[in-house]
Unconditional design. Structure first.
Length: 293
């Protein structure tokens, strides 16, 4: 009988068991899902323009000599594309890792403007080399006290969440980062799937991802019919920016990247992924400063 995977098993433990798996095809399929959703974002949310900070990062690679042969080889690589516009402050579509050595982190995030309080959209696929799937609807009100907001957005997805949570093809995965757990909402998806199940589970993940995205997009379209009053937007912007920064900056995955790229390079990439320049510019125009916190 197959032993259940520990819910607290770390990325390091997964990688130590299978450090050199070629995950190129899995990357192609999973990043393809995110790319399709990114294309839907570009189609449906008008006015998005590339952020200057991500220009030239469509593909990058770090190389080092092989310890045995001395031949230069890629140790870490990735892509970083970010956009901003009047209706979505920060859209990020990126991946980082090594397709020949088990480890990949692939992301799509859409952080909306303050015209609405619709949850932000976050979706992550990874390989460790087992498939990893994380999806978050980042609430913009306190769901412990704002019951109407809770039911409007998270109650609507409750059955879909429970269906996924009960799918025995996936194992629940607990983050070791306290902030990442604090960020979890009522309907967070955080799973791994065993090696060798890719052909079976990737179509399931595509279906789950697409349905959640289309539901979220429908929420945004509906909310845009009745935008928030200007008097509520400054406070919401401040909260939005802190959530965006901390969600990126306190991610334990950053430590793995530092092991390959060094802390300075990881901080440079994080600044782009967070959209620090976009935050700085719009906060200056609104008399806010969260970056100094």
């Amino acid at each position: 009988m197959t032993q259940p995977v520990s819910q607290t098993k770390t990325i390091h433990e997964f990688l130590a068991e299978n450090p050199n798996v070629d995950v190129t095809d899995t990357h192609r399929q999973l990043y393809g899902i995110l790319s399709d959703l990114k294309d839907r974002v570009m189609e449906e949310i008008p006015g998005l323009e590339p952020q200057q900070a991500s220009i030239g990062l469509d593909y990058w690679a770090n190389e080092a000599p092989n310890k045995d042969t001395g031949v230069m080889e890629t140790t870490f690589e990735g892509s970083m594309q970010t956009w901003t516009g009047p209706h979505a402050e920060h859209v990020a579509n990126s991946w980082i890792g090594n397709r020949k050595a088990s480890i990949l982190d692939m992301n799509l995030q859409v952080f909306l403007s303050q015209e609405t309080d619709v949850p932000h959209f976050v979706m992550v696929f990874g390989t460790i080399p087992q498939i990893f799937f994380y999806s978050e609807l980042v609430g913009r009100r306190d769901t412990r006290t704002d019951i109407d907001y809770l039911e409007k957005y998270f109650g609507a997805e409750n059955e879909d969440f429970l269906k996924m949570r009960g799918d025995t093809r996936f194992d629940w995965s607990v983050s070791h980062g306290t902030y990442m757990r604090a960020l979890n909402g009522p309907n967070t998806h955080s799973y791994t799937a065993p090696l060798g199940t890719e052909a079976e589970v990737i179509p399931v993940l595509r279906e789950v991802a697409t349905k959640r995205f289309e539901t979220w997009l429908g929420w945004w379209k509906e909310a845009m019919k009745n935008p928030l009053p200007q008097s509520e937007r400054k406070e919401l912007m401040e909260r939005d920016h802190l959530l965006r920064r901390y969600g990126y900056e306190l991610d334990p995955m950053n430590k793995i990247s530092e092991g390959f790229l060094g802390k300075e390079r990881v901080q440079e990439l994080l600044a782009v992924r967070v959209g620090r320049e976009q935050i700085r510019e719009i906060e200056a125009a609104n008399g806010i400063d969260t970056l100094s916190r």
